[in-house]
Design a protein around this ligand. Structure first.
Ligand code: 13P
Length: 252
């Protein structure tokens, strides 16, 4: 954790979640006010559930976000969703440059930056993801890769209020593997140094196999200001347990 920075626990449902799962969002929404003094809570369901999710979260402390957006606000882009459309559904955040989109859709750093800038133009907070592959880590390239991704993906005009960085090692996503606490700390220290002059106090999340039983230790690492949670966020109980482990009694 970083003194003076309010933690954020974000859940990314990826391509999971039919209407039958909306009860999990309701459970998190119902519990969110109790956690609100100590951390921010965000769930990013698939686009099909965005509007109904914001309805369930209305008048609670739970925020709802999108998982991706097109760089343009509207137009002939079949199947895409714009940041303006997410904002129109009362979403407040959107993820940009998740490694699954970088891999599945060939998204470049420059495209990710454009998406994050589109998010800002629509009034959304952009969560920009960076992270190395297993090959890159084994070759000692982690800091170089993360630095390059950050430089290329960070939106112009990024501030601590409109942008969050998520460090998600690709090899830790959905595998049950996590870097050592020292390795997480090394990357987060680097991200803090790189962002501090540009955007002091920017929130730096860790993502990749965060579970209720490891969240406390990971959140204890310096410069880790919250989590981006995949699988464990599909279940309200698991997500709320991670939020409990992250919440700071003296959060600003
Ligand atoms: O990719 C992630 C969140 O964006 C992490 O996923 P898991 O928590 O399932 O490893």
């Amino acid at each position: 954790m970083t003194p003076g920075i309010r933690p954020l626990v974000a859940g990314n449902w990826k391509m999971n979640g039919l209407r039958a799962r909306l009860g999990e969002i309701k459970r998190v929404a119902d519990a969110s006010d109790a956690l609100a003094p100590n951390c921010d809570l965000l769930l990013c369901p698939p686009a099909t559930l965005t509007y109904v999710a914001t309805t369930l979260a209305q008048d609670t402390a739970l925020c709802i976000g999108g998982q991706d957006c097109h760089p343009e606000s509207s137009g002939a882009h079949t199947g895409d969703v714009s940041a303006a459309m997410l904002a129109d559904c009362f979403a407040t955040h959107v993820i940009a440059g998740h490694s699954e989109r970088r891999a599945d859709h060939g998204e470049s750093d420059d495209l990710v930056r454009q998406k994050a800038e589109a998010a800002h133009a629509a009034g959304l907070i952009a969560i920009v993801c960076v992270g190395e592959t297993r090959f890159e880590r084994e070759n000692g390239e982690t800091i170089a890769v993360v630095g390059r991704q950050l430089e290329g993906s960070l939106p112009v005009g990024a501030t601590a209020r409109n942008t969050v960085i998520a460090y998600e090692p690709v090899w830790a996503i959905g595998t049950g593997l996590t870097p050592s606490l020292e390795d997480i700390g090394e990357v987060h220290d680097f991200l803090r140094q790189r962002t501090e002059t540009l955007a002091p106090g920017m929130r730096l999340l860790y993502g990749g196999s965060v579970k209720p039983d490891n969240a406390g230790a990971i959140m204890g690492v310096a410069n880790v200001d919250g989590a981006l949670v995949g699988g464990a966020s599909l279940d309200a109980g698991g997500f709320l347990a991670i939020a409990e482990a992250t919440a700071q009694p003296d959060a600003p």
